[in-house]
Design a protein around this ligand. Structure first.
Ligand code: SF4
Ligand code: MSK
Length: 650
C-alpha cells in the first residue's frame, strides 16, 4: 500500500470540494482508493466488457470471447446470465440478512430483552402487522410486535406461497408477477435456488436463469429490504424532515469525533443517543474536549441522519479520507461497503477502528460485538474509549472547512403528510401536479460511488439537469449524500428548479430533491409509487407512471439487485459509470431490455454516455406521459446542444 502519485488532478477525481481539499493537503504516505484505481485497471473479461469469465467449476476458469464456449460447452449468454444471477443473489442476501437481524431485534425489543431498543413508532407497527395479516385490535403493542417479528422471520424461510408485503404493490402488478411465475415465495428460498441453478450443469438457458434472478430480486425489494425499512421505522421512528449539515467539515477540531459507518441503524442509534448523555459529556470535558461529536459515513449515516439529524460526513469514497483528517478518535463499522484498507490505514493514525457486527471482522480492527442484550453497555464502552483516545490526537489536524446544509428525512408517510396535511394526508397533490405538467415525472437517482468514475459527478449533474426540467428527484444511499454535499437538498436548491417544480415545492415547503434514506430504503420508493398508482389518474400499474430509476455511479452487488427489482416492478432503469457485467453478451442485454419490457413493462440497461442517458430517461418518461394523454403541456426546452443531439439518436 505504498502511495503512488496521483496522475489526475483532484478536480478530475471528485466533485466533492472536501475530498479535493484532502487530496491536495493530506500528508499520508499511504495510498487511497483513488491511487489504487489508477494503478490497477479492471480486467476486460472479468468485468464482462470484451468477454466473460466463468469459474463455477475446477475445469475453468473459462474465458469466453466471441463464439467460444467453456469446457462444458457453456456459452457467453449462459455464463453472463449465471454471473449476473449470482451477483443479484449476493446483493439480495446482503439487504435481506440486514432485514432478518432487525426482525430478530424487534422480537427481543418486544420482550424487553434488547437493551436500549424499544418500539418507537406504534402506528407504523399496527400498519405493518395488518399487512402481515396479524390481528391488532385490543392487543398490547409488545404482543403485536412479537407476533410481527415471528411472522416476518417466517417470510425468510417460507418455502411456498407469497411474501405478504407484495400486497403493497398494485393488484395488476401482483397478477403480472404471478402470470410470469416470478412471485417471490420466500426471501432465502429464492437466493438458494439461484445458487443451485447456477451451479455447473444445471440451468443453461439465459432467460430462464434470469427469471429466477428476477424472483430473487423481487424477494429483496418487496421482502428483505422492505422488512428492514419497515422495522427500522418501528424501532427507531419513521423519518420526518429534519435539518442537518454534511461533509468532512462536520468533524470537530475540539470535540471527540466518533464516526459510525456501514448500514445498520441499531448500535449507531444508541451511540448517537448516548453521546448526549450529561455523564458522557462531562467525561469528555474532563479529558479536555468540548463535547462528543457523532457523525456518519455511507448508509449507517443515512439511518441516523434521517431520524436524529446526525451529520453525514461523506459517502463511500470518503471513508479513508475521514481517518486521514487525523481527527477521528473512533470509527465504528457494522456491515457492507466498508473498505478493508481501513484496517491498515488506522495503524498509521490514532483512530481506533471497531467492528461491531458478528458478521464482520477486519484485520487491524478491534472487535467489540453488538449482541442482543448489550447495546447500551457497548455504546457506553465505545464512547468512553473514544474519549480516552482524544489525548492521542495529533496537535495538527487536517479538517476541510467545508460543510453544507441539508434537509433529510422524507418517508412515504412524511411526504404524504406534507402534500395533503395531517387529516387528509395524501398523494393527490403530487398526482395532480404530474397530470397538469408542473411536475413532468419522478426520477430516482440512487446508488453508490465508484472509484473508476469521477466521485459524485454523475449524481449531481443528473440531479441538476432533471430538476431544471421540472422532474422531482428522489434519492437514497451514497447518491443522496452526493446531492446533499453540493447543496441540492436544501431550500436554496430551488434556484436550480424549473418553474413548475418550484411552484409545487414552495407551496408544500419541500426541496426539489428528496432524501429517502439508505440503500435498503429503496423499498420506500416502491411503496411511494404503489400509493401514487392507488391515488388514481396515472394508470393502474407502476409501469404506467412517468417515473424512472438511475444508478449513475453504481458499484455494489446490492445495486444490481435493486436495479433488477425496480425494473421488473415496471420502471425503466439505467446504469452508468461502470458497465453491468453482461456487456459482452448481446443475448443477455436483449433479455434485460426488450424481453423485460415485454414481460414486466420495465427494463435495465447500461448507458455509458451521461447525456445520452439523460435524454433516454426524458424520452421514456415523456412516452409514458403521452400514453397517459397528459403530454399536452409542452416541456420547457432547456437542453444544451449535446443533449439535443443525443435525444435525436434515441
Ligand atoms: Fe468452464 Fe463450464 Fe466450469 Fe464454467 S462451469 S468454469 S464454463 S467448464
Ligand atoms: S452505502 S451499497 S456504496 S449506496 Fe449503502 Fe453507498 Fe452503494 Fe454502499
Amino acid at each position: 500500500m505504498t502511495k503512488e502519485k496521483l496522475k489526475r488532478e483532484p478536480g478530475d477525481i471528485s466533485d466533492d470540494q472536501a475530498v479535493c481539499y484532502m487530496l491536495k493537503n493530506m500528508d499520508s504516505e499511504i495510498s487511497t482508493v483513488f491511487e489504487r484505481a489508477e494503478s490497477m485497471k479492471p480486467c476486460p473479461i472479468g468485468s464482462g466488457i470484451s468477454g466473460i469469465c466463468c469459474k463455477n467449476c475446477a475445469m475453468g476458469p473459462c474465458r469466453i470471447t466471441g463464439d467460444k464456449t467453456g469446457l462444458c460447452g457453456a456459452t457467453m449468454g449462459t455464463i453472463a446470465a449465471r454471473n449476473l444471477a449470482r451477483h443479484i443473489a449476493a446483493g439480495a442476501a446482503a439487504h435481506s440478512d440486514h432485514g432478518r437481524d432487525l426482525t430478530h431485534l424487534m422480537g427481543l425489543a418486544a420482550e424487553g430483552k434488547a437493551e436500549g431498543v424499544r418500539i418507537k413508532d406504534e402506528k407504523k407497527l399496527l400498519e405493518y402487522a395488518e399487512c402481515l395479516g396479524i390481528k391488532t385490535e385490543g392487543r398490547e403493542v409488545n404482543e403485536i410486535a412479537k407476533e410481527a417479528s415471528e411472522k416476518s422471520l417466517s417470510l425468510f424461510g417460507q418455502q411456498s406461497g407469497e411474501i405478504d408485503l407484495v400486497k403493497i404493490a398494485p393488484e395488476k402488478r401482483q397478477e403480472l408477477w404471478r402470470k410470469r411465475n416470478v412471485m417471490p415465495r420466500g426471501v432465502d428460498r429464492e437466493i438458494v435456488e439461484v445458487m443451485h441453478r447456477t451451479h455447473t450443469g444445471v440451468d443453461m438457458e439465459a432467460e430462464h436463469i434470469l427469471d429466477q434472478a428476477v424472483r430473487t430480486a423481487l424477494g429483496d425489494g418487496w421482502g428483505g429490504s422492505m422488512i428492514a425499512t419497515e422495522i427500522s421505522d418501528i424501532l427507531f421512528s419513521t423519518p420526518n424532515p429534519n435539518r442537518a449539515k454534511t461533509n468532512l467539515g462536520m468533524l470537530a477540531d475540539d470535540e471527540v469525533n466518533i464516526v459510525v459507518h456501514g448500514h445498520e441503524p441499531t448500535l449507531s442509534d444508541i451511540i448517537a443517543t448516548l453521546a448526549n448523555d450529561d455523564e458522557m459529556i462531562e467525561y469528555a470535558k474532563s479529558k479536555g474536549a468540548k463535547g462528543i461529536n457523532v457523525v456518519g459515513i455511507c448508509c449507517t449515516a443515512n439511518e441516523v441522519l434521517m431520524r436524529q439529524g446526525i451529520a453525514p460526513i461523506g459517502n463511500y469514497l470518503s471513508q479513508e479520507l475521514a481517518i486521514m483528517t487525523r481527527s477521528v478518535e473512533v470509527m465504528v463499522v457494522d456491515i457492507q461497503c466498508i473498505m478493508q484498507s481501513l484496517g491498515r490505514l488506522t495503524e498509521k493514525y490514532h483512530t481506533k477502528l471497531i467492528t461491531s457486527s458478528p458478521k464482520c471482522k477486519i484485520p487491524g480492527a478491534l472487535h467489540m460485538e453488538f449482541e442482543d442484550d448489550n447495546g447500551l453497555k457497548l455504546a457506553r464502552e465505545i464512547i468512553r474509549m473514544a474519549i480516552d483516545n482524544y489525548e492521542n490526537r495529533p496537535k495538527e489536524v487536517c479538517i476541510p472547512d467545508i460543510r453544507e446544509d441539508l434537509v433529510a428525512g422524507f418517508s412515504r408517510e412524511s411526504i404524504k403528510y406534507m402534500l395533503g396535511g395531517k387529516f387528509r394526508s395524501s398523494f393527490r397533490p403530487l398526482n395532480d401536479a404530474i397530470i397538469d405538467g408542473r411536475i413532468q415525472g419522478v426520477v430516482g437517482i440512487v446508488g453508490c460511488n465508484n472509484a473508476r468514475c469521477a466521485h459524485d459527478r454523475y449524481h449531481n449533474y443528473l440531479t441538476r439537469e432533471f430538476i431544471k426540467r421540472d422532474y422531482l428527484v428522489v434519492m437514497t444511499g451514497c447518491g443522496a449524500l452526493s446531492a446533499a454535499k453540493c447543496g441540492l437538498m436544501e431550500s436554496e436548491a430551488m434556484e436550480y428548479a424549473g418553474e413548475g417544480l418550484r411552484s409545487i415545492c414552495e407551496t408544500v415547503g419541500m426541496p426539489p430533491v428528496l432524501h429517502l434514506g439508505s440503500c435498503v430504503d429503496n423499498s420506500r420508493i416502491l411503496t411511494v409509487v404503489s400509493d401514487v398508482v392507488r391515488e388514481g389518474g396515472l394508470g393502474d400499474d407502476i409501469s404506467d407512471l412517468p417515473v424512472a430509476g438511475i444508478a449513475p455511479e453504481w458499484m455494489s452487488e446490492k445495486a444490481l439487485s435493486i436495479g433488477t427489482y425496480v425494473a421488473t416492478s415496471g420502471v425503466y432503469v439505467a446504469f452508468s459509470g461502470e458497465p453491468i457485467p453482461v456487456e459482452a453478451s448481446s443475448e443477455v442485454k436483449e433479455i434485460m431490455t426488450t424481453r423485460w419490457q415485454e414481460k414486466y413493462g420495465g427494463q435495465l440497461e447500461y448507458i455509458a454516455d451521461i447525456d445520452e442517458l439523460l435524454a433516454k430517461v426524458i424520452s421514456v418518461i415523456q412516452q409514458k406521459r403521452k400514453a397517459l394523454k397528459i403530454d399536452t403541456k409542452q416541456e420547457r426546452v432547456l437542453f444544451d446542444m449535446e443533449a439535443r443531439r443525443a435525444l435525436k439518436d434515441v
